[in-house]
Design a protein around this ligand. Structure first.
Ligand code: 2RA
Length: 336
């Protein structure tokens, strides 16, 4: 069987990666429609031997469509995903619009694949930092429930969009030319700098990005008691996020046991050579499907604590790949 697929937000960084993945993974396509808001309409995009023209999304865009892969921002998803559902399509939405909606499964295929069976037309793709952390720590949680997570993230410019990736390069060039670094897409100069993620702050001083890690992880793990705190930082890296993760359990969890479990876990590649002091780096994770995990070690401040480090491609596993894997899961479960 093959499927009529629409990509909503086809011209963005994630949309571009979605197209690449559909080809790379030979997704069974009978028809591919590229949709975007009016100002991106008309663009021509090469897809294999076909030259596709991006169309403006409108009420009848989803008639006859089986699957919508949406990555065009929360307001566009809020407007069009319910219309697509009414037209009989399943939407896998990369925005945060529906993630905490109880009727919308929030899915990382390596963690809670069974959640897709509950969908009512919309399935939410978690935030990139949540996906990467979930893939890395869920295999340990399955062996011994995690009590508390302390996360610090080192997030690439790609999370702020393709234009932000260009801007950080221009900023670096400016600085090397002893010129002022302009910050127009990004809130501040990022080249040779870093800053706390600039999403809105709540009354407790946590930003939306940090609360996504807290709330989304609890939903994906079905672990409302799981205690999580996070500090999210934007760093001058192009397209891979890194995260320093501290885990607290009830009982000690040895690094050796954790290493053995993670070495066999889905979606993970162990990268650690203590002799060479070599561990995951964004340049190794970029363009890869796996979450690179390394520097697994006993937390010396807590007998039941464990520290680890991860890097993962924000556009790929952090967004587009996870969405395509959810679509593949729907096919495998005859839900599409
Ligand atoms: C970011 N996770 O990195 C957010 C959006 N992709 O800014």
């Amino acid at each position: 069987k093959s499927y009529r697929v629409a990509i909503l937000g086809a011209t963005g960084a994630v949309g571009t990666e979605l197209l690449a993945l559909l080809r790379e993974r030979n997704f069974p396509l009978s028809e591919l429609t590229l949709l975007a808001s009016e100002y991106s309409a008309g663009k021509e995009i090469q897809f294999g031997t076909d030259r596709l023209t991006v169309k403006t999304v409108q009420a009848d865009s989803f008639d006859g469509i089986d699957l919508v892969l949406a990555s065009a921002g929360g307001s566009v998803s809020k407007q069009w995903a319910p219309i697509a559902a009414k037209a009989g399509a399943v939407t896998i939405d990369n925005s945060s619009a529906f993630r905490m909606n109880p009727d919308v499964p929030l899915v990382v295929p390596e963690v809670n694949p069974e959640a897709v069976t509950q969908h009512q037309g919309i399935i939410a793709n978690p935030n990139c930092t949540t996906i990467l952390m979930s893939v890395a720590v869920f295999p340990l949680h399955q062996v011994q429930p995690i009590k508390r997570i302390v996360a610090a993230t080192y997030q690439s410019a790609s999370g702020a969009g393709a234009r932000a990736m260009e801007e950080v390069k221009h900023q670096a060039q400016a600085i090397l030319n002893q010129e002022p670094a302009k910050a127009e897409i990004l809130p501040y100069p990022l080249a040779f700098n870093l800053f706390l993620h600039n999403s809105a702050l709540n009354a407790q001083g946590y930003c939306e990005e940090e609360m996504k890690m807290v709330n989304e992880t609890r939903k994906i793990f079905s672990a409302p008691e799981l205690r999580i705190t996070a500090t999210c930082v934007r760093v001058p890296v192009l397209r891979a996020h890194s995260e320093a993760i501290n885990l607290e359990f009830d009982e000690p969890f040895s690094p050796e046991a954790a290493r053995q479990i993670l070495a066999k876990a889905p979606g993970i590649k162990l990268v650690e050579d203590f002799g060479k002091n070599y561990f995951p780096m964004p340049i190794d994770a970029s363009g890869k499907d796996e979450v690179l995990v390394g520097r697994i070690r006993q937390d010396i401040s807590h007998p039941a604590g464990l520290d680890l480090w991860l890097c993962g491609d924000q556009i790929r596993k952090g967004a587009a790949l996870n969405a395509v894997q959810i679509a593949e899961l729907l096919i495998a479960k005859n839900l599409l």
